[in-house]
Design a protein around this ligand. Sequence first.
Ligand code: PLP
Length: 439
Amino acid sequence: MSHIFPRHCKSNLPVATRGEGIYLIDSEGKRYLDGSGGAAVSCLGHSDPDVAQAMHDQIDKLSFAHTGFLTSEPAESLADRLVAHAPEGIERVYLVSGGSEAVEAALKLARQYMIETGQEQRTRFIARKQSYHGNTLGALGTGGNMWRRAPFDPLMMSASHIDPCYEYRLRHDGETEEEYGLRSANALEDEILRLGPETVVGFLAEPVVGATAGAVPAVKGYLKRIREICDKYEILLILDEVMCGMGRTGTLFACEQDDVSPDIITIAKGLGAGYQPIGAMLCTDTIYDAIAQGSGFFQHGHTYIGHPVASAAADAVVRKLTEGGMTARAAKMGDRLNDALQAEFGQHPHIGDIRGRGMFRGLEIVADRDSKAPFDPARGVAGRLKKQAFENGLICYPMSGTIDGQLGDHVLLAPPFIITDDQIDELVGKLSKSLEQVL
Ligand code: PLP
């Protein structure tokens, strides 16, 4: 029995000893196809020589310098590279060690911006039901996943939550995609007016929802309307691309496909691709300048901000995603993955929805395809699927999500972008077999 303290206190997990392309291998020699990149992390697979080389080269030169005193070449290079490819207006980068840290930094930066611009009365954040933005108290406090929040509720700041943009469950019969997008986005305006516009700091959302609902993209026009509403009431739009960013949806930033530029973006996961723990918060010059020309100091920080080796790894990752063509590959192979999922599950009596973008795909598992009724939670379909797939040598990411207590089982697929046609067939075949065994 291992003495480390992973998620499950009673766990007796197999020991991973090697990574080879899209496969992980345990100490018994069993191979697992990493169909979810862990949790949408391993975009380049597990044995990328260029990222490993960049880390070796960096550690030979400089392992650490505290950013209270010095910056470093890889941190500067990474920031330049991210800004060069970021949505319009995004000019500044704050490097942290993961997704929750990036979201915490975003919340604090947004609040500090309001103070520096004389709007101290703005203290509230709005997010969406069913959302997950990290496990630290600020990020959890804005998140809308009630199960994750419950034990810690008394410790957290309260955000308000509007419905997510969730076409499969919330679009009315007879409503077009555009009409639904508008109606769904207008819920933000209603909530701003209910709270009082002068009290709101910002709105936080994922362009494509990952960890709580299995790759649910916003419908056409939704984010554009959200941007208009934020501008109208002068509140900040914070897009959380920790899971869906860094090429995962077929463009480096997911919001590029919605033609929307936020005020703040958070990224992590695919940024380090699993080679190093790293995340980042990016923001506009408007926000940066307000602080630079005001107090002159962002009142936040962590010891490992801009870590040189993590930055060198991420710089190599982003180089591969952009100049190396890996984001374009995610778009191409993502279409191929979608075709394979449609062929296998398009008529499946227990798959209600197949959705997503690029290498970020989700299936919604239902008891009845026509009524969309979910399975009884007592059957534990998502949890059993995770276990069965793992038995069969497939790592995928099943989950149960809720909106207002409505249960549903989903599975998220986010394989490495290097996956081949044959490996996609292997992934879909293993998933199909596992689902049959569970149902
Ligand atoms: N934001 C989103 C959208 C996420 O999916 C996650 C993690 O799953 C986080 C934030 C938190 O990231 P981390 O687990 O790196 O702290």
